[in-house]
Design a protein around this ligand. Structure first.
Ligand code: GLC
Length: 534
């Protein structure tokens, strides 16, 4: 086994190529696999821009049968990134509008636009392998629902009886689930964005691709899980959690309806849980670990927040209430932030504003007064001792709730948007990184915060459980939502108390920073367990 072709929707190594953690994985895992001796290429859609990047070259064109007509696509080769090949497929529908990765469809047609794009993308990928424009790899590695339809097309491929078509039907497929909560479910038929509309003449293995909850729908996530040779989720704990059904009334996210399929793959020994990694600048050096100077980091953070807020204010014709409140809170807190770091307990949080990430913070804690959320409770506990700075955007309803919290708590600074630079400043400057996700397949932010010596407060789920320990951070759990919120608040109280012991706190920071979750280690596991077995 020596060559791997990854098919994915995001690539953090390309400009604007990252929306979530999958973008980080596709940027950082392939170079690590290359270092481990594999030949790796990544294939993704052009999104109307990547085929025009400097150094991009048209490698082939092909006609793809899709939705009852023939679509002309172009295959472009980009310069290698980190030693890994990079290919993009261009078709005009991938770039409407140019540069945008995912689209928001109305609630009555979820995923419709994206599902059309990725169905054509997967059909084009197969056609390029059939025609030989793309060399047949030893393993195809598909990422999340966007690439999963490739497994369906490959396993049902009927071509002329040739060596190549035989090789294709036996092509080993690995499927990684980054987030089971997004499955890309679409109708089987009766809609322009439906399986039978894309591939009218395909003989379908309906029973293995049908959505278990909506039997008239196609579930690409399920197709990937059922049809791949090996299934991979991104942490050991998540690999156990997904075998259980969801029980949302007690705050448990499990297999999101696909637990029976996952349990069957697990029983057969085909389910793997390899932890993601992150990049460490000094990983190879034997230099003793040096934590950065928090006073300096905080000066830089304040400047970066000033600049970002000014940019957001300039960008929108009308002032957003979130920017107004953030500006006001920053003005009032600047002096505190620039004072001795010890006097200002700075809590940070970076992530997409989704119910996965903030659902527990915004859940109403029924044991306290009505309408008091966990976030209210934590901010009340913090009082004037410090500040919580949260950076992120996403679901508008949840954003609005965070803005409401920012309006009633002068110690909560909500930066509504995203900037990698600002995120880096927050990883470096904070005392405590808050990540109470309801579920977390792996999580990357906690790794980045720890790398900079920032202890994390996390919910004991998925990859959070596999990376944060009581020595390096604070871990809480509970049997239901109420208990979870209480445990989170108790863990937070513990952190406030622990912070008063300078030496023990420094020890905790040092241990957090000394942790190593490297892509090099992950690459060895991919190579030896996942790919070898496939
Ligand atoms: C998704 C998951 C996150 C994981 C990432 C990369 O974003 O929510 O936990 O780290 O994918 O695998």
């Amino acid at each position: 086994m020596s060559s791997v072709l990854m098919i994915a929707a995001e690539h953090g190594g390309l400009p604007g190529g990252k929306v979530g953690g999958i973008g980080d994985v596709i940027a950082e895992l392939p170079p690590a696999l290359v270092n481990a001796g594999l030949s790796v290429s990544v294939l993704l859609p052009s999104y109307g821009v990547y085929h025009e990047l400097p150094g991009s070259q048209l490698a082939a064109s092909a006609d793809v049968a899709f939705a009852g007509s023939v679509q002309r696509i172009g295959l472009y080769e980009l310069p290698k990134l980190g030693g890994a090949g990079c290919w993009v497929i261009h078709h005009p529908v991938f770039g409407a509008p140019a540069g945008q990765i995912y689209h928001h469809d109305s609630a009555d047609s979820p995923f419709a636009t994206d599902a059309n794009i990725y169905a054509l993308f997967c059909a084009a990928a197969l056609e390029l392998l059939v025609s030989g424009a793309l060399a047949l790899p030893d393993v195809v590695h598909l990422h999340d629902w966007h690439a999963a339809t490739f497994a369906l097309l490959c396993r049902t491929y009927v071509g002329e009886q040739s060596e190549r078509s035989k090789a294709l039907s036996e092509l080993p497929i690995v499927y990684t689930v980054h987030n089971l909560a997004l499955q890309g479910v679409r109708p089987l038929q009766g809609h322009p964005s439906a399986l039978s509309a894309w591939f009218p003449s395909l003989e379908l293995p309906i029973e293995s691709i049908r959505d278990p909850r909506y039997p008239d729908c196609y579930n690409p996530m399920r197709a990937g899980i059922v049809l791949a040779d090996r299934v991979h989720v991104v942490s050991p704990t998540y690999a156990r959690e997904v075998l259980l059904p969801n029980a949302l009334e007690i705050g448990r996210h499990g297999g999101e309806g696909l637990e029976l399929d996952l349990a069957a793959r697990s029983a057969a020994g085909d389910l793997f849980g390899i932890l993601n990694g992150c990049e460490y600048a000094a990983a190879e050096s034997n230099q003793p670990l040096e934590l950065s100077d928090l006073s300096e980091d905080r000066r830089a953070l304040v400047a970066a927040m000033d600049l970002q807020l000014a940019q957001w204010l300039a960008k929108h014709e009308q002032m957003r209430s979130s920017d107004y409140l953030a500006r006001k809170t920053l003005d009032a807190a600047t002096e505190h932030l620039l004072g001795p770091p010890k006097d200002c307990f700075l809590i940070t949080s970076v992530g997409r504003v989704t119910s996965q990430k903030v659902g527990l913070l915004l859940a109403v804690n029924s044991d306290l007064a009505s309408n008091v959320t966990l976030l209210d409770t934590l901010l009340g506990q913090l009082g004037t001792q410090g500040l919580l700075v949260m950076l992120g955007s996403g679901d508008q309803e949840l954003e609005a709730k965070l803005v409401e919290h920012a309006a009633r708590h002068s110690n909560f600074l909500f930066l509504r948007g995203y900037s990698e630079t600002l995120a880096d400043h927050l990883y470096r400057s904070g005392d405590l990184f808050l990540m109470p996700s309801l579920f977390e397949p792996c999580g990357i932010s906690q790794l980045l915060a720890m790398r900079e010596g920032q202890p994390c407060l996390v919910h004991a789920v998925g990859g959070l459980c596999d990376t944060v320990t009581p020595d390096t951070g604070f871990v809480f759990d509970g049997e239901n939502m109420r208990e979870k919120a209480q445990a989170a608040s108790a863990a937070f109280a513990e952190s406030l108390h622990a912070r008063s012991d300078d030496e023990a706190w420094l020890q905790r920071r040092t241990l957090a920073a000394a942790n190593r979750f490297t892509w090099a280690d992950a690459a060895v596991s991919y190579k030896n367990s996942l790919y070898e077995k496939a």
